[in-house]
Design a protein around this ligand. Structure first.
Ligand code: SF4
Length: 331
């Protein structure tokens, strides 16, 4: 076990973790809310440093990132634990269960990522599947080594992290997909056992320092009110209307048995968002076919997506081949 960062020692051997807004005060022998940090005799230790619960090579579109090296692959890894406890968790087996793990040092991870680059054209490492912010020390160490090797670092995160660790990590991060799960504190408190405010702060800090896309999973009756979606869209547009937004279809998982999000709700959300934002997608609903990228100026088809098959059709050197508009894409 490795000593954690961002904590202070309290009286009686207790520790106070400052990595994320859960702000856990932990007694000796106990773990924090995320189950990834433990007080060992008055020292806060990471339990998941170098522990991998899942890995694989995924299309970058699966993160989802649609405006970051479209059509490429990325070596993807995850650990266990989470600093939220969402009732509809789509990865609950590793977020809240006890998955089998294998050990891998940052140097070994980067070596594997380099081999994936040679064999599959993988562009780097995505820290995903579980919450990377509570894997902080390992992600930092691996990301620095990966950067030295010319690999990209991608975080798929719930965005719940304190400002200081976030700012320290960002220079090594190339892209993030950040979940904004809803636009009310009530939803975050009651359904995720977290807070909305710090997530918004993470987006606000990150979007001007690395490539950012946002995912919003629409859960029927919980966060699907048109006014709430409009408020989320207004806030994103106030930062930058070119930030891609992915609405995602909910399916029953973990402790939630509500029916899947109606397709009409997703279509309506996209209609609302397109009034203010340039790039709006619908995920987990292939029957709607709202995965393609169009030029915001002339509606030329730029990138066509069928499942995870991606074809760049209307882009040349990041410009629309029809009207010449520069498109907000990193590649
Ligand atoms: S990282 Fe874990 S232990 Fe630290 S405050 Fe967040 S939930 Fe608590």
């Amino acid at each position: 076990m490795q000593e954690a960062r961002f904590y202070e020692k309290l009286e009686g051997g207790r520790v106070w973790c400052h990595l994320c807004p859960q702000s856990c005060r932990i007694s000796p022998g106990h773990v924090g809310f995320c189950r990834a940090r433990k007080n060992e005799g008055g020292v806060l230790c990471t339990l998941n440093y170098g522990r991998i619960s899942a890995w694989g090579i995924d299309p970058i579109e699966k993160k989802p990132l649609y405006h970051f090296y479209p059509g490429t692959q990325i070596f993807s890894v995850g650990t266990f634990g989470c600093n939220f406890h969402c009732g509809f968790c789509q990865n609950w087996q590793i977020a809240h269960g006890e998955p089998l793990t294998q050990t891998c040092s940052p140097a070994e991870l980067v070596e594997i990522a380099c081999r994936a680059e040679e064999r599959s054209g993988s562009i780097g490492i995505a820290y995903t599947y579980s919450e990377p912010m509570i894997w902080y020390e390992y992600v930092c160490d691996a990301a620095k080594l990966a950067r030295e090797k010319g690999l990209k670092n991608v975080l798929v995160t719930n965005g719940s992290v304190e400002e200081e660790p976030l700012r320290e990590l960002l220079p090594y991060v190339d892209a993030m997909n950040i979940d904004v799960k809803a636009f009310t504190e009530d939803f975050y408190r009651e359904i995720c056992r977290g807070k909305l405010g710090p997530v918004l702060r993470t987006v606000e800090i990150a979007y001007s320092r690395c490539h950012v896309e946002i995912t919003n999973l629409i859960v029927p009756t919980k966060n699907d009110a048109e006014g709430e979606i409009a408020a989320l869209v207004d806030w994103i547009a106030s930062l930058d209307p070119a930030i891609p937004l992915h609405f995602s279809r909910y399916f029953p998982q973990y402790r939630f048995n509500l029916p899947p999000t109606p397709l009409a709700t997703l279509k309506k959300a996209r209609e609302i968002a397109l009034k203010k934002l340039k790039y709006v997608y619908i995920g987990n609903a292939p029957e709607l076919g709202e995965d393609d990228t169009f030029c915001p100026n002339c509606r030329n088809l730029l990138i066509e997506r069928t499942g995870y098959r991606t074809t760049v059709t209307g882009l040349r050197e990041r410009r629309c081949t029809q009207c010449g508009r520069e498109i907000e894409i990193v590649n």
